[in-house]
Write a protein that binds this ligand. Structure first.
Ligand code: UTP
Length: 236
């Protein structure tokens, strides 16, 4: 029997796309159009929103003014993700469940977010110690999703920082074992890893496929969903 969760796609939507400097209305318009097209293709989405510049601005400002510990920094980030989640829910009023999930491990049956014909569940950050990538990975586990899309300002993985090294090479496919050697095991508030180390550990355990796709060209998002060749990287 076909699993009814087959067409639920978990998207870790980088805050760097929602608020790169200020809110990117053009990106949100494009994203909304693409999501609505895919809903027409029978997909349903779990969209986990990052904190973006709003998170980093608050963390930076607090650090300049007070003695802020890591947990407090993460909470500032979490509130930025909640602001962005509410914003995404508001623009997807057509099809999103009205409540935002703030705890991916809640005991509630998460399918109730889709129970009244909704097509989108919106999710914010949860607790200090990781990023929204981890929240998205937990939800992929709970919905039995095999694939997760990490949509951010990163178009490809590289073997080293392409901004620093002119000989950096694109990685189109990498195993979790090799990826985790690059990304390490440690979490830092406001960290900007292609996929966070804590999330990577769980994703590896669950054999999850994560596609790293840049938000600049959403055709790649469509192609990945259609199972076509796309520009981006796959961790598996
Ligand atoms: P993210 O790191 O997930 O968002 O959350 P981002 O800035 O959008 O990431 P990218 O780079 O564009 O993908 C922002 C901050 O919120 C805190 C962390 O400090 C994180 O850096 N956070 C978020 C948590 O502490 N726990 C959560 O569950 C989620």
């Amino acid at each position: 029997m076909k699993n009814q969760n087959d067409k639920i796609v978990v998207v870790s939507l980088g805050g760097s796309l929602i608020v790169p400097e200020k809110i990117d209305t053009e990106f949100i318009k494009n994203f909304k159009k693409v999501i609505e097209e895919q809903i027409a293709n029978n997909f349903r989405f779990v969209i986990v929103t990052g904190g973006g510049k709003t998170a980093r601005n608050y963390i930076e400002a607090a650090t300049k003014v007070g003695e802020i510990d890591n947990e407090e920094k993460d909470w500032l980030g979490i509130h930025a993700t909640r602001m962005n989640a509410h914003f995404i829910k508001a623009v997807f009023k057509c099809c999103a469940h009205p409540r935002i999930n703030k705890n991916p491990r809640t005991k509630e049956d998460l399918s109730k977010h889709f129970a009244n014909g909704e097509k989108i569940m919106v999710v914010a950050g949860w607790r200090p110690g990781w990023s929204t990538d981890y929240v998205a990975t937990i939800l992929a586990e709970r919905f039995g999703a095999k694939k997760l899309i990490n949509l951010s300002n990163i178009t490809y993985l590289y073997n080293k920082d392409p901004n620093k090294f002119s000989d950096a090479q694109k990685i189109e496919k990498i195993s979790w074992k090799d990826f985790r050697k690059i990304v390490g095991d440690k979490w830092d508030p406001g960290m900007s890893a292609p996929f966070d180390p804590i999330a990577s550990k769980l994703a590896q355990k669950n054999n999850l496929e994560v596609a790293i796709i840049g938000g600049g060209n959403l055709n790649n998002f469509k192609k990945y969903l259609a199972g076509e060749k796309f520009e981006g990287s796959v961790i598996k």
